[in-house]
Design a protein around this ligand. Structure first.
Ligand code: WAQ
Ligand code: MG
Length: 252
C-alpha cells in the first residue's frame, strides 16, 4: 500500500491566513518509509533559503492501488543561457516551435513578471488566445499526488546526467504529470527559491532545462501551463490535482 504524504510550510502564519509560502513537497511512499520522509520534510521546512517556517502542515492519505496510474518520464535536454534574456529567448523559441502562440506566451510572461508574491499553483492559459483558464487567480492550480515509480532508479538516472539537486527530481516528476494530463500542450517554469535561477520548458516528451530564466536573488517563481483550445478545463484540473501518478523511467 502507498501513502501520499504532503508538506507545506509558511512564515507569518498559515497560507490561508496570509503567511508567506516557504516550502512544499510531496511523495508517495510505503508505510515503512513514512516516518523518515516526514522527518526530512519537516527539516526542509525549517532550513530553507526563503526563511524558517512558523507554520507546517503535513498530510498523509492512504492510496488504493487501483487508483494509481503509471506514466512515462520526460527525457531531459540542457540549454546553457548566459543571461536571463538569452534564457527567455530560448524558452519563447521552444514554445513557438511547438505551436504556442506568441500572444499566449507574452500574456503568460506578463502575468508571471507581475506577481507580487508567489502563487501556490500554476497559471493555466489557452495556448492560442492566452486567455486565463484557472478559476482562482490568486492560488492557481496545484498539481499533487505524484512521485517516481522507483525512486532509486530515478536518482541514478539523474546522477548519470550530473543532475543531483532536489529541484530537478521534483520538477521532472511534476512536469511529467502535467504533460500526461488531457489538454496540456506545454509548460514553462522557474523556481521561487532566491538562489535557484534555472527553469524549464516542457512539451511532447522532453523537459528542456534552461540554465537561467530569472535573476539571482529574485524570490518569485511560477508556472504556466499552456492548454489546448477547447480542452475540458474542469476535467484537466481534476486530473492535475487529484489523480495519483507514478512516473516510470524506461531503461535506456
Ligand atoms: N503545482 C503547481 N504549481 C506549483 C507547484 C505544484 N505542485 N509547486 C510549485 N508551483 C509553482 C508555484 O507558483 C511556485 O512559486 C513555482 O511553481 C516554483 O516552484 O531542472 O524549484 O518548487 O534545474 O520553486 C525548475 C528547474 C525548478 C529545475 C522549479 O519550482 C532544474 C522549482 P518551485
Ligand atoms: Mg521553491
Amino acid at each position: 500500500m502507498l501513502y501520499s504524504i504532503r508538506m507545506r510550510a509558511a512564515k507569518g502564519g498559515a497560507h490561508e491566513l496570509g503567511g508567506t509560502h516557504i516550502s512544499g513537497a510531496e511523495r508517495l511512499v510505503t508505510k515503512e518509509e513514512l516516518s523518515k520522509i516526514a522527518e526530512k520534510m519537516i527539516w526542509r521546512a525549517l532550513h530553507h533559503s526563503k526563511g524558517v517556517a512558523d507554520f507546517i502542515s503535513l498530510k498523509i492519505d492512504e492510496i488504493k492501488p487501483e487508483d494509481i496510474q503509471t506514466i512515462p518520464c520526460l527525457s531531459i535536454k540542457n540549454f546553457n543561457a548566459n543571461s536571463v534574456n538569452e534564457g527567455l529567448q530560448k524558452a519563447r523559441e521552444l514554445l513557438v516551435n511547438h505551436g504556442i502562440s506568441p500572444i499566449a506566451i507574452n500574456k503568460g510572461l506578463t502575468e508571471l513578471k507581475a506577481l507580487a508574491r508567489n502563487m501556490r499553483g500554476a497559471i493555466l492559459l489557452d495556448a492560442t488566445t492566452g486567455k486565463r483558464l484557472d478559476p482562482d487567480h490568486e492560488k492557481g492550480v496545484r498539481v499533487t499526488h505524484m512521485d517516481a515509480l522507483d525512486s532509486e532508479k530515478l536518482q541514478q538516472h539523474l546522477e548519470r546526467q550530473g543532475l543531483t539537486n532536489i529541484h530537478v527530481r521534483e520538477a521532472l516528476i511534476l512536469a511529467s504529470k502535467v504533460l500526461s494530463a488531457p489538454g496540456v500542450l506545454a509548460e514553462l517554469c522557474w523556481s521561487d527559491d532566491p538562489d535557484y535561477i534555472a527553469g524549464y520548458v516542457s512539451y511532447g516528451n522532453t523537459y528542456h532545462r534552461i540554465s537561467q530564466l530569472k535573476e539571482m536573488h529574485s524570490p518569485i517563481g511560477g508556472r504556466l501551463f499552456f492548454v489546448e483550445p477547447n480542452a475540458d478545463v474542469d476535467k484537466l484540473i481534476h486530473y492535475l490535482s487529484t489523480q495519483t501518478v507514478l512516473v516510470d523511467i524506461e531503461e535506456v
